[in-house]
Design a protein around this ligand. Structure first.
Ligand code: DUC
Ligand code: ZN
Ligand code: ZN
Length: 465
């Protein structure tokens, strides 16, 4: 099957230009002007007035994550389908090692969840709940099989939490095996102390979830894990950075030449602690780190994205229904499952609020939603690029189309949207995954099981600073 995309504006991280794109089978065969005159194709897609961009890459999703006695509701089938509707053609999900298990057991569980179900390509990171001699040795095996990064937590004592010596040991291991440590950086023990005080005072509403998790607790933990990485001569990637206190730690580290990288998420650019108010309705917005004060955080995060102190925007997609799941925390905000639905809206929110909002160029938009995630996570230029030889993961994007976000029309498995009623501009018309059109003009045309596991390479992080 050959497909020719004609008359579009190819938008890449490096620049934009008019060009046609020829897809042959699963890969891009040629990019150039006037291809229609010289090649034949089975299908021609007219992209006049549209952008032709590499498919979005969301390197932070949690399909079926066990959390707080329940599970994130999207499966690989429903979640990857929702991702495709939103112009994302690759996800990297977090496999979970439960305490006492081997990494292998957790990873095999995630292979089984995804295989035969995902509609777009996927990779895995490994959440490490135990760091010991056995799991440290297993890390080398995972790096070799294309799962080269590991998430550790300074939050959630008793569940995912790792003490500093465990984090340091894991970092040392990646210095040897070329992997990358991803850090959820919030001071969990301090947060739990404040949260216990608040509940004892009768402050049990979702809003206090935001109050308990002081910005300094994220700033302190961010600095600590970066310092530990420096001591181990290891790169480190801070996930879901939410607040200026933490951003300043990343800025300072990068200024001193550290291999420190970080992502933020749409919820920290567009939502605030005010959304956590409104009684128990605020439970819809409970995630960790929490939503922050609008000022100065939103603008500082945009500045961080412009200046490359933040390299990626991912979603931390982790959907729970309001009814029946978020409600587990009525009367005690500590029991509200943490997480928001988001995988479907990232590309459009970033275009509408970022590009049309005057915060970033359309080239930087492509960079932070696709190209940089591909580079940092060992998938470039197979993913994240419109070049001959790359996987034909392509979105024909309409920068003019308007739509209203709503739980009534979204495809994520959640009974609410954090952006209900938002009118935004910019939408994916055609979404192609390895040469197959999976979404066309709002209709799903893909296939369950089309998505393949991506064996990811290690990256030379020193060259990416
Ligand atoms: N934060 C969330 O909001 N959900 C899943 C896990 C996490 O760290
Ligand atoms: Zn996290
Ligand atoms: Zn997460």
């Amino acid at each position: 099957m050959r497909t020719l995309i004609v008359n579009g504006t190819v938008v890449t991280a490096d620049g934009s230009y008019q060009a046609d794109v020829l897809v042959d089978g699963e890969t891009i065969a040629a990019v150039g002007t006037g291809l229609a005159a010289t090649v034949t194709a089975d299908e021609t897609i007219d992209a006049t007035g549209k952008y032709v961009i590499p498919g979005g890459i969301d390197v932070h999703t949690h399909m079926e994550l066990p959390f707080g006695g329940t599970f994130a509701k999207d499966t690989f089938e429903t979640g990857s389908r929702a991702a495709a509707f939103g112009g994302t053609t690759t996800i990297v999900d977090f496999a979970v090692q439960s305490k006492g298990q081997a990494l292998r057991t957790g990873l095999d569980t995630w292979y089984a969840k995804a295989e035969g179900n995902a509609v777009i390509d996927y990779g895995f990171h490994m959440i490490m709940s135990d760091v010991n001699d056995a799991t440290l040795a297993e890390m080398d095996q995972l790096v070799a099989e294309g799962v080269p990064d590991f998430k550790l937590f300074t939050a959630y004592p008793g569940v995912f939490y790792s003490p500093d010596d465990h984090i340091f040991r894991a970092m040392q291991q990646t210095t040897r095996n070329g992997g990358l440590i991803l850090m959820h950086a919030e001071n969990g023990p301090a947060i739990d102390a404040v949260a216990a005080d608040l509940v004892a005072e009768g402050k049990t509403d979702p809003y206090y979830h935001g109050v308990a998790r002081y910005p300094v607790f994220e700033g302190e933990a961010t600095n600590r894990v970066i310092r530990l990485a420096e001591a181990a001569h290891a790169p480190v990637y801070i996930v879901h950075l939410s607040v200026v206190d933490a951003l300043n730690q990343v800025r300072a580290a990068r200024d001193r030449g550290s291999m420190a990288f970080a992502e933020t998420c749409p919820q920290y650019l567009f939502l605030s602690i005010d959304d956590l108010g409104n009684g128990f309705n605020g439970a819809k917005f409970v995630c960790s780190p929490p939503l922050r004060e609008k000022n100065p955080n939103w603008q500082e995060l945009w500045t961080g994205l412009r200046k490359n102190d933040l390299q990626v925007v991912s979603t931390d997609h982790c959907p729970f229904d309001f009814h029946g799941q978020k409600e587990l925390g009525r009367g005690d905000f500590r029991k509200i499952p943490n997480g928001l639905p988001g995988v479907e809206d990232r590309v459009d929110l970033l275009f509408n609020g970022g590009v049309l909002g005057g915060q970033i160029t359309k080239e930087r938009w492509v960079e932070i939603i696709s190209t940089e995630p591909a580079k940092l996570f060992g998938m470039y230029p197979k993913k994240g690029a419109i070049v001959a030889g790359a996987d034909a993961d392509i979105v024909v994007y309409d920068p003019e189309r308007k739509r209203t976000i709503s739980a009534d029309t979204h495809h994520m498995n959640a009974d609410y949207s954090c952006y209900e009623g938002w009118e935004i501009q910019g939408a994916s018309d055609v979404v192609m995954s390895r040469g197959s059109v999976v979404v066309r003009n709002g209709e799903f045309t893909g296939r369950k099981g089309h998505g393949k596991f991506i064996k990811r390479a290690t990256t030379d992080y020193a060259r990416m600073v």
